[in-house]
Design a protein around this ligand. Structure first.
Ligand code: ATP
Length: 171
């Protein structure tokens, strides 16, 4: 499906720096940053709330229904820790941000997350859950999946340059 501007999914374990990266990418391009976790909270796109982990159990169908009209015209950066809800026909590139577990631990610690939530997210990064989920959803559809380190400012600049190159050459 041809779109004038690409839709890019930026995913990764909570705390890897998706929002930081997406804000910088949106500022450097004409793409619109869709911070899905914020949309889920504000539009209540969930059926239940996990009090222990202090997070929503988002509803895939509700999130897809909210995003599809925005993605159909292209030019979006979708920022979320999951990729299971996205129809591959609406995605042109997937970026999976990665950090080492000690960096991730420190970042999540600073948020004063419950120990169980820090542990759950560090384990997800160790077992590369987000990368495996993106591969499961998008590899069949022949959509590029770029795994990019995001532990330093330098790595962020490198990743931004590479993705901006994709945006410039799209279409
Ligand atoms: N490339 C980077 N180098 C150094 N620090 C970074 C980098 N990217 C993000 N950070 C820091 O890591 C922390 C988490 O960043 P951010 O909130 O963007 O993560 P996230 O993946 O969007 O998390 P969540 O999914 O929970 O929203 C912030 O304190 C941010 O300043």
């Amino acid at each position: 499906m041809s779109r004038p501007k690409p839709n890019i999914l930026v995913t990764g374990t909570p705390g890897v720096g998706k929002t930081t990266f997406c804000e910088a990418l949106a500022a450097a391009s004409s793409l619109e940053h869709l911070e899905v976790s914020k949309m889920v909270r504000e539009k209540r796109l969930y059926r239940e709330w996990d009090d222990e982990l202090d997070c929503s159990i988002f509803d895939e169908e509700m999130v897809q229904d909210a995003l599809e009209p925005l993605l159909e015209s292209g030019g979006c950066v979708v920022d979320f820790h999951s990729s299971s809800f996205l129809d591959e026909s609406l995605v042109d590139l997937v970026v999976v941000l990665r950090v080492d577990t000690s960096t991730l631990y420190d970042r999540l610690e600073k948020r004063h997350y419950p120990e169980s939530k820090v542990k759950q997210n560090v384990e997800a990064e160790i077992f590369q859950s987000c990368l495996d989920e993106a591969r499961e959803v998008f590899e069949e559809a022949d959509i590029q999946i770029w795994e990019m380190p995001h532990d330093t400012e330098e790595h962020m600049e490198e990743a931004l340059e590479r993705v901006l190159g994709f945006v410039r050459s799209f279409g």
